[in-house]
Design a binder for this molecule. Sequence first.
Ligand SMILES: Nc1nc2c(ncn2[C@@H]2O[C@H](COP(=O)(O)OP(=O)(O)O)[C@@H](O)[C@H]2O)c(=O)[nH]1
Ligand SMILES: [Mg+2]
Length: 378
Amino acid sequence: MDLKDKRDSLGTKTVEVCFVLPTYNEEKNIRQTVEGIFSNQILVPTSRFRVLVVDDNSSDGTQKEVTRLIAKYPDLHMITGDKKGLGDAYKRGLLYALSSFKPDFVFQMDSDGQHDPKLIPAFIEQINAGYSLVVGSRFVEGGSTPDFSFRRKFISRLGNLLVRYAGGVRHIRDCTSGYRCISSSHLEKCNLGFLSTRGYSFQSSLICELVVQGAKCKEIPITFSRRNSGSSKLSLRDQVEFILNIPKLGFHSHKDFIKYSTVGFSGLFVNLGSYIFLTRYLGMAEVVAPIISIETSLISNFLLNNFWTFKKRNLERALISRLMQFHLVMGFTGIFNYLTFFLMFKIVMVNDILANLLGIGVAAILNYLINSNWTWKK
Ligand SMILES: Nc1nc2c(ncn2[C@@H]2O[C@H](COP(=O)(O)OP(=O)(O)O)[C@@H](O)[C@H]2O)c(=O)[nH]1
Ligand SMILES: [Mg+2]
C-alpha cells in the first residue's frame, strides 16, 4: 500500500507539516538529513511532509546538492539569501514556509545530522496529544550531549538557565534546542519585531514569544550527537548577542509588571503634586487635601493602566466597573500594606523606612496580581 492509499484508508484529514532546515556549508550532510526526513513520511501517513532548505549562499556545493535532491523529492524546496546569521535565516524561512505552504505545523531542525529524524513520529505523537510546541530536549531525563566538551556543556547549561529564568520559561529545560515542532497558529501570532535577533539567540527569543502567545510545551528527550561532517558555525558574535538579548527577554516576559510598577511610581508624583497644589495654591486644609490627592492618583493610575499597561487585552467589562474593581483592590491591598508594615516594625522590629518599603513591595505585587487577573482579566 502506498502513502496515498494508506491516507485514503484512514480517511482522516491530512496534517500539513513543513520542515525548515537552515544550511550553511552542509554539502556533505544535507542529503542524509533530507532522506532521513522523507523516509519517516510512511510512518506518519496522516501527515504530509514538505522540506524547505534555507541556504545562505554556502561557499561549498550545498545548493547544487539540494538542487539534485529536488529532482528526486518534489516536496523539497529551497530559498537562498546572503549570510546574516541563523536567526535571520530562520525568520525568512519560517515566513516563507507559512505563506507558501500554509502548514499546520513547522519543524525546526539542523541539517548536519545532529538531530535524529527517527524521532519525527515521536514529535508528531505529542502534537496529536494536543501540544502546540514540542521541543527535542537535551536536558530532560533521557536526553544527552555526548559530543559536547566541558566548555560547550557549561555555556549551554548557563545559557539555558538565563533564558529560563529571565524569559519566563522556567518550565522548559532546553530553551536553546534547535529541534522543535511548532503549531503554525502560534507561530503566526508571534511578534516578529521581537524576534529580530540575527544569530543563534533567535531560538531563545522564539521560545519565549511562543510561550507568551500561549503555546503549550512538551519536551521529549534527544541525544544531540556528533555532527556528520564539517564544523559548528556558532561564533563569538552569536554568544555576545545571546548575552545582550537576555535583558530583552526579561523585559518581554515581565513587561506588564514593569509598566504597572512605572505607573505606580508616577502615582506618587501625581499624589504629591496635587497635595501641594491643593494646599499651597487653593489653600485647602491639610487634613482634607489628601482625600482628593489620593483619589486623583488612583484615577490617573487607573487610566494609565487601562490605556497603556493593559491596552492590548480584550476586555469584557465596562470601564466604570473596572474603575470600581480597581478601587476595591487598592483598598484591600492598602490594608495589607499597613499590616506588613505593622508586622515588620512592631514584631520583627526592623527600621520603620524598611518596614514601609516592604509593605509597599508586598502591596504592589499583590495588587498587580489581582488587578492583572481580575480587573483587567483577558
Ligand atoms: N542559513 C543559515 N544556516 C546556518 C547559519 N549558521 C548556522 N546555520 C545552520 O544551522 C544549523 C545549526 O548550526 P551549527 O553550526 O551546527 O550549530 P551547533 O549545532 O549549535 O554547533 C546547521 O544546519 C547550520 O548549517 C547561517 O548563518 N545561515
Ligand atoms: Mg550542529
